[in-house]
Design a protein around this ligand. Structure first.
Ligand code: SF4
Length: 426
């Protein structure tokens, strides 16, 4: 029985290092000019990408590079030079691509390169899988908008093509990449890597003078589209507004066995722009779930607690078990509001002489409060007894925003340690 790969987003070098330390088999990252998520991309030049590729290969892990924009003509001219410059420095294990033209250029000018078809290409049937196979693809990242049964049918029809499936993270309210809300509202093109996540913004319904934009009916508000007079759309709105298009996040950690049996060889997590804490906790939970599955153990529901410790919009299992319908939306919650823990800092070093941990604070850390240190294999509960600023003077609170300080602590916990605080109000 195969053990599918765990594929984690690497928004920058640090996130990549944590992803591998917490159990990733492979990571994916973007190149600045031809990748989506271009604004939040921590890899700014070829040297940084090459450094990441060498780091992964030294660990015996894999690294895939995304070049999944849909470029306009003016961007095409630089493509060959750009790819050649990167290949002179390193050899990624595969390229994640969407645009048929770029894929053709890659095959013509760099024939040895491995191509994975991005989720942006919306592959939702086995004929499309065959099409991309005939056009040089080794692997397909299947569309998020299909069921496990449909994935199984793809695998049965094209068993020699690798199938990769997203199992976790944010989802679009449209077919991935087929949305122009961000272009319209902020002139930022989602298909050029500049999406402003406009579907998650807060919208309000206002009444224009002399023309009702909404109609109250038995205490409930309804939205009406001008061409459909008899059809009312129920609208929930509280004092914070209404999140009309805010999709819940995908979480399929409990479905990994079914996905593997359907033929999925790579489980992919979304979130190149999310925090190192999200990367570490999500990786660790999925690593344990995959290892349990490979050992023939049932899914451990306690792993959901780890998943819920990262910020989220509420979870659904996407379309994997059918259309989620209205349950797929979170109408009354701002972006990423839920979490059972607050990410408070990243441990940078241990001073063995003074027995202190150096922490770079992401949120406030206070004397007397309880925290957890999150390591790749375990969590350690601590109470902060003494706190010092970076120069070593005692303080009562270290404010967030990447300020560094010292916490007294008896032993060196080792590398890759993050700090978090339980949110007691939940
Ligand atoms: S605005 Fe939302 S649905 Fe549209 S591309 Fe961006 S994230 Fe996806």
């Amino acid at each position: 029985m195969i053990r599918p790969e765990l594929l984690i987003p690497a928004g920058d070098i640090e996130k990549m290092r944590y992803a591998f330390a917490f159990g990733a088999d492979a990571v994916y990252l973007g190149i600045p000019r031809f990748s989506l998520r271009s604004r939040e991309n921590g890899f700014k030049n070829f040297e940084q990408v090459a450094m990441a590729v060498h780091y992964a290969h030294n660990l015996g892990k894999k690294i895939y590079v995304t070049a999944n924009v849909f470029p306009h003509n003016h961007k095409l001219a630089s493509f060959n030079t750009y790819i050649a410059q990167l290949l002179a420095l390193c050899q990624p294990d595969a390229w994640i691509m969407s645009d048929p033209g770029l894929i053709m250029l890659m095959r013509e000018y760099f024939p040895g390169q491995v191509i994975h078809i991005s989720v942006q290409s919306n592959v939702i049937n086995h004929a499309s899988v065959r099409f991309w196979q005939n056009n040089g693809a080794k692997r397909i990242v299947v569309s998020r908008e299909i069921s496990i049964e449909e994935i199984k049918q793809m695998h049965e029809a094209c068993p020699e093509v690798e199938l990769e499936s997203f199992v976790h993270g944010a989802v679009c309210m449209a077919y991935s990449g087929r949305c122009l809300i961000s272009n319209y509202l902020s002139n930022r093109d989602g298909n050029q890597g500049a999406c402003a996540n406009s579907c998650r913004w807060k919208y309000k319904i206002y009444q224009k003078e002399g023309r009702a934009a909404y109609e109250p009916l038995e205490g409930q508000f309804y939205l009406k589209e001008s061409e459909r007079p008899g059809q009312l759309f129920e609208l929930d709105e509280d004092e914070n507004g209404s999140y009309l298009m805010n999709s819940k996040d995908l979480c399929a950690i409990h479905l990994l066995g079914q996905l593997r049996d359907a033929g999925v060889c790579s489980f992919k997590v979304e979130g190149r722009s999310k925090s190192v804490y999200y990367v570490a906790m999500t990786t660790r939970a999925y690593r344990r779930a995959i290892d349990d599955m490979a050992a023939g153990k049932p899914f451990n529901p306690e792993l959901m607690q780890e998943i819920l410790s990262t910020s989220n919009r509420g979870f659904i299992d996407g379309f994997l078990r059918g259309d989620p319908g209205g349950n797929g939306q979170e109408y009354l919650m701002s972006n990423s509001q839920y979490s059972s823990y607050r990410y408070t800092g990243i441990v940078r070093q241990y001073d063995a002489l003074k027995k202190r941990l150096k922490v770079e604070a992401r949120n406030s850390i206070k004397v007397g409060a309880n925290y957890e240190l999150c390591l790749p294999q375990k969590n350690i509960f601590i109470q902060v007894k003494e706190l010092f600023n970076e120069k070593g003077s005692p303080i009562n609170e270290l404010h967030g925003g990447s300020l560094a300080g010292w916490i007294s602590y008896p032993d060196d916990p080792g590398p890759f340690v993050l700090m978090r605080e339980p949110i007691t109000s939940l």
